[in-house]
Design a protein around this ligand. Sequence first.
Ligand code: DQA
Length: 148
Amino acid sequence: MKILIIHGPNLNLLGKREADIYGSMTLDDINNLLNLLAKDLGVELEIKQSNHEGEIVDIIQNSKDYSALVINPAAYTHTSVAIRDAIAAVEIPTVEVHLSNIHKREEFRHNSLIAPVAYGQISGFGFDSYLLGLRAAVSIANACNGNS
Ligand code: DQA
């Protein structure tokens, strides 16, 4: 089983960026943990990061070989109809993740355009949101393929 992780804009700055909100781990640290967990779970992982909306749309459109997606759309969560439509179009089970709890931050972060087309959302557990997201993605991919 192959799972695709997509990190959206500014997540390449993790570790240096608003550490009080997003924590001190770098994106490489998080990716290393994801790769370790993927090994444990016996799944293949591909990890991509982009600061560009259209590039993220392209990545999603080209994801048909994956059993599930885990995406942190970052700021595009709150603005991108294009990313939402791409997820709806590919019909691959998708887990939306956020490091911070978007629902207890500024009001403009409360709405996610992605949530209605995602299988579910995990928000507020720091780097663990990604690890929980990967576990959820494997579980829903198995369920969609008729495995228990
Ligand atoms: C974020 C939350 C978004 O509101 C913000 O724009 C981000 C990161 C998170 O992981 O908590 O860039 O997606």
